[in-house]
Design a protein around this ligand. Structure first.
Ligand SMILES: [Fe+2]
Length: 420
């Protein structure tokens, strides 16, 4: 099972406003069941009746050496060809997702097949570096285990999710948003702390959410709520580990934003968000898969790279995980892509035709945030060397890293103070 493939399909569905977040979670849960139980699939295809499935399951209790399909053929409930077909379908993520959506009555079979046809015209090929998925069956099986936890993994705390969903609508009623935020003390506290920080240098103190919304603007409010929501969701992670990930993320976000500014990109706040959340997949592994996390650590100690170590244990990487989860959080397509490709080597980025410049900048920003060095001059020198490799992908524009680095440094300092 490839998480990247499901992510790509979910992204397509979201883009065309076909399902809500709650539908996606429901469908993925159903999909995991279908994937594990061939009987359910047989019933949904009309090959067997539910009572026949029960007869077989009962029989299997006595014959643990027998497989469901073999038993169904022996009892003449299904033909061998039908079992073969079901096994093939079971290995097809898109089919499973579609079937699960139909069983959940989220869509009609006719509409689903229409959508699938359209999607397949534009879908990335399985061996395209863009899908990043070359997992074997063994690792695929592990990824199913990950998806079983979709309910807890793929949801932000309720209030944050609600506000973010409201802010998706460009014609949202601002008073309603302010009211919703005002009912959440943690969100109120964070927003007021940000708006009253030295960063904004306001003379008079802002005391209400409505005022803060005027001062900060909706984009900044969205950014703060997302950050607060993510922090709240992962509050069980040991502070030292969480801090390390946040430090790196804030730094990557600042680099992305400042480079974006230099390259005259419009939405540099979105670049900051992409940096801030790009490693959420790591937080997910830490919080929801502690034993897998330990295995990954053992792999790292044995000399494997992070990507290799995670693929071996989970069947996918923290980047794949984040891409999938961000689709359900309805983050922007650029932020989803940035998370998915932040560990791809720069030489591979050029091969991915659908990759946005936003994602390229984020990949560079992550590499810059990875520089472990105290000496400012060395950081700038290394930044310039790194940038040379990305320059052709970003319009061959020259960047003077001196002022960029100074702004990154001061921005990071201020952000750490705000979110401490
Ligand atoms: Fe990462």
């Amino acid at each position: 099972m490839s998480l990247a493939q499901i992510q790509s399909f979910v992204g397509y569905l979201r883009q065309h406003k076909i399902f809500e977040q709650a539908d996606i979670i429901r469908i993925v849960k159903q999909m995991v069941q279908l994937d594990r139980r061939i009987g359910l699939l047989a019933v949904s295809r009309g090959y067997m009746k539910p009572e026949q499935v029960n007869v077989i399951l009962h029989g299997l209790l006595q014959r643990i050496d027998l497989k469901f399909g073999e038993a169904a053929v022996q009892m003449e409930f299904m033909t061998a060809a039908q079992v073969d077909e079901l096994l093939k379908l079971q290995a097809n993520d898109l089919f499973l997702f579609a079937q699960a959506a139909i069983i959940q009555k989220a869509i009609t079979p006719e509409k689903m097949s229409e959508i699938l046809k359209e999607y397949l015209k534009t879908a990335p090929q399985p061996d395209d570096p863009a899908t990043g998925s070359k997992e074997g069956t063994m690792s695929g099986r592990k990824m199913r285990e990950v998806l079983k936890n979709v309910q807890s993994v793929a949801a932000l705390p309720g209030p944050a999710q609600k506000v973010l969903a409201m802010l998706q609508d460009p014609e949202v009623d601002i008073d309603k948003v302010a009211k919703l935020i005002s009912a959440e003390p943690t969100l109120v506290a964070t927003i007021l702390k940000v708006v009253n920080s030295a960063f904004y240098g306001l003379r008079a103190k802002v005391n209400t959410i409505s005022q803060a919304m005027v001062v900060l603007g909706l984009k900044k409010i969205r950014q703060i709520i997302l950050t607060a929501g993510v922090m709240q969701k992962f509050q069980d992670i040991p502070v030292s580990q969480a801090l390390k990930i946040w430090d790196h993320s804030i730094t990557a976000g600042q680099w992305a934003k400042e480079i974006g500014l230099k390259l005259t990109f419009k939405d540099t706040e979105e670049m900051f968000i992409s940096g801030l959340v790009h490693n959420v997949g790591e937080l997910i592994i830490l919080q929801y898969f502690p034993s897998e996390y330990r295995q990954i650590q053992a792999n790292l100690t044995a000399g494997k790279s992070q990507v290799e170590a995670e693929r071996q244990v989970l069947g996918g990487t923290h980047a794949d995980l984040a891409g999938f989860v961000f689709e359900t959080w309805q983050l922007s397509a650029d932020t989803v892509q940035s998370a998915m490709y932040h560990h791809h080597p720069v030489v591979q980025l050029a091969e991915i035709k659908t990759l946005s410049k936003h994602a390229v900048i984020l990949n560079l920003a992550v590499a810059l945030a990875d520089i472990e060095c105290e000496d400012s001059f060395e950081i700038m020198a290394r930044a310039e060397i790194l940038y040379d490799a990305y320059k052709p992908l970003l319009g061959n524009i020259d960047v003077d890293f001196g002022p960029v680095f100074t702004r990154v440094e001061s921005g990071v300092k201020e952000l750490k103070r705000i979110f401490a």
